[in-house]
Design a protein around this ligand. Structure first.
Ligand code: GLN
Length: 637
């Protein structure tokens, strides 16, 4: 059905230009397929312009212009769709990523797509109070935190197009309508929105995300929300059509549902699941597997009942009961042979291996058996909802496991540390200070707006003056600069322009390239390079003395280049800068055991068995092991 041609970038540009010039219908059929210069000619039209641009950018130009040949068709993409029923917050994201882990452990290459049926174009403008953390990707995409789960679990690097929202789809279709691309037709949810969704999914599924050439074997798609929501209807319909067009061997639906228990020693109830499966079937989708969330393991008769009433074989009914930590979930799925059921449905049994999950087992068990803990004070603004700092929490966990300690995170609402709170809420104020003083280290994570800033400054001062390890991330770095300027340089009114536009001593200023009128996607976002200006600093050593590191960013303000000299003269060192040398990226206080601030967010690239170097250093410092570690590093141990 498909033909492939290898083209150089310029050939591609020429071909697409000439096809559009002659108004050939083929123009719309051209698309890039991966990070190679392979072009795929297919029947339906290309889904979205942003995606075209993304893929074009990702295209390399290594292929010589004489390189033009066709290839035979490769393996078809297999889709695993994960939907949710009954209630939200069932851990659909963790289930979907765990399915990916098990399939990957079977030797398959896995990618993922998260569908968020909300109208926001991306998560960039959403409040962490309401929606949890905004996860940032290498390409600058500001996406749902579930993408972070996928990156961590599958060890992949996703693109912003792997997060589909209603906003993105409508924007694309409406733009096309304005251009006149629909040739006078009435533009409708079916087929135009649904076609755009299908095309988007099929195009994104083939983008390689694991650093290897060519598309993955399986794409796990998580549909956010609960089946039956008005917002998810166009997606359900598109996915129904997709399941039909890709064929039953290429589509597997896993429905995540809840089995509640009524009363203390009550019965496990199947009715809500029955209803949600009925709802799904009424919309034309039949689940092949059920993943039932419950507190306790499912009883055998409950499984049989579910099988009978939901039309799913008992062997395909998985139970995800409560476990001590989320790394047990892939093991739980493997123990119930979820991989066999999925691979059978996808006709992949012959090419898959038995799942190798030794690392996961070790990690899950190591964590369960940790006895010592380290107290980490997290001084932030959004401490009411721990999901607001999900990646920071995960990065701490990864680092703690590497140091064989359990993280004990003490959440401190920064505003409780402030003097005002001593008058208004004295108990909360006293408790916050006691918690801070009992902690082994202090972390001030990223944030926006001025709430709690004074409390953060007090926490940074306390850590600096008492030699307590301090890690300041993004806002946390800016806080360290303001605190230093106020306390050490005696610039009492030093501030960031974000909190005080009229400060006489703006030590943190708005970046020239930012936009003051548009909030969405206008920050300095994504992976940027930081060059080390010395090897004689903790951070360079922790990273293993590279010339530069690439970490992800999300900020509008930066340290004022005009105050660097005076800050450095007084002991605060900027050991990492961007490629221009003008933008400060890493600060350290050499007179302190571990006082580090970074303008980037190292938490986004931390992985379970590859903790972020900075988080590792922070925990090592908190547990008194940093020096030995750095010496070992120096001696090549
Ligand atoms: N609000 C600060 C800025 O925009 C810090 C951002 C952050 O912590 N992510 O620069």
């Amino acid at each position: 059905m498909y033909k492939f041609a290898l083209l150089s970038k310029s050939q591609y540009a020429l071909l697409s230009k000439s096809l559009s010039a002659v108004r050939s219908p083929l123009a719309g059929l051209l698309r890039f397929q991966s990070n190679s210069t392979r072009v795929k000619l297919r029947k339906s039209s290309f889904p979205c312009r942003t995606l075209t641009q993304t893929l074009c950018l990702r295209t390399n130009t290594q292929t010589s212009s004489s390189d033009y040949h066709t290839q035979s068709e490769q393996r078809e993409m297999k889709y695993v769709l994960v939907t949710g029923g009954v209630v939200s917050g069932l851990g659909k994201g963790v289930t979907a990523s765990s399915i990916g882990v098990v399939l990957k452990a079977c030797g398959l290459r896995v990618t993922s797509i998260k569908i968020d049926p909300y109208l926001n174009t991306d998560a960039g403008t959403m409040s962490p109070f309401e929606h949890g953390e905004v996860f940032v990707l290498d390409d600058g995409g500001e996406v749902d935190l579930d993408l972070g789960n996928y990156e961590r679990f599958l060890d992949v690097t996703l693109t912003k197009d792997n997060n589909i929202t209603t906003g993105k789809i409508f924007q694309f279709v409406i733009e096309k309508e304005r251009k006149g691309d629909y040739l006078g037709k009435t533009v409708q949810v079916v087929p135009h929105i649904t076609d755009a969704i299908k095309d988007w999914i099929e195009s994104v599924a083939v983008i390689p995300v694991d650093g290897k050439e060519g598309p993955a074997d399986v794409c796990v798609i998580e549909l956010g929300g609960t089946v039956g929501d008005i917002e998810s209807m166009p997606f359900i319909e598109a996915l129904r059509q997709l399941s039909f067009s890709v064929g039953q061997d290429n589509f597997c639906l896993v429905h995540v549902s809840l089995i509640p228990v009524i009363g203390v020693v009550g019965e496990q109830k199947t009715k809500p699941t029955q209803h949600s499966v009925r709802e799904l079937r009424a919309l034309g989708l039949t689940p092949h597997l059920l993943a039932c969330r419950s507190a306790q393991p499912l009883l055998e008769n409950v499984k049989e009942k579910l099988s009978q009433f939901c039309h799913v074989p008992a062997s395909n009914i998985l139970n995800i009961h409560d476990v001590p930590n989320i790394w047990h979930i892939p093991l739980l799925l493997r123990n119930q042979n979820a991989h066999d059921a999925i691979l059978k449905q996808l006709n992949l049994l012959s090419i898959a291996m038995p799942p190798a999950l030794k690392d996961w087992t070790m990690m899950a068990e190591t964590y369960d058996n940790l006895t010592n803990s380290v107290r980490i004070a997290m001084v932030g603004k959004y401490v009411g909802l721990t999901d607001s700092y999900l990646s920071v929490v995960k990065a701490l966990l990864h680092a703690c496991i590497a140091c064989s300690v359990k993280p004990s995170i003490d959440w401190i609402a920064a505003s409780d540390l402030e003097e005002d709170s001593a008058k208004l809420t004295p108990e909360a104020h006293a408790a916050a200070w006691e918690t801070l003083k009992n902690a082994a280290c202090v972390l001030v994570p990223g944030g926006f707006g001025d709430r709690g800033v004074r409390g953060m400054i007090l926490a940074a001062k306390y850590a600096r003056e008492n030699n307590i390890p301090y890690l300041g991330i993004c806002l946390g770095m800016q806080i360290a600069v303001i605190e230093f300027a106020r306390s050490v340089l005696s610039l009492e009114r030093a501030d960031s322009n974000e909190f005080n536009a009229n400060t006489p001593d703006p030590v943190v200023i708005f970046m020239p390239e930012g936009s003051r009128t548009h909030m969405g996607s206008t920050m300095r976002l994504g992976s940027r390079r930081t060059l080390f200006h010395t090897t004689n600093c903790i951070t360079a050593k922790l990273y293993g003395n590279p010339q530069y590191v690439e970490e992800r960013h999300r900020h509008r303000y930066e340290v004022n280049p005009e105050v660097i000299e005076v800050l450095e003269e007084n002991g605060l060192k900027f050991v990492g800068k961007d490629e221009t040398g003008k933008r400060m990226e890493i600060l350290e206080l050499p007179s302190h055991p571990f006082y580090v601030g970074v303008q980037f967010h190292p938490e986004f690239k931390s992985r379970p068995r590859r903790p972020s170097a900075l988080f590792l250093g922070f925990i090592l410092a908190a547990t008194g092991k940093l020096e030995a570690h750095l010496k070992g590093h120096q001696n090549g141990i």
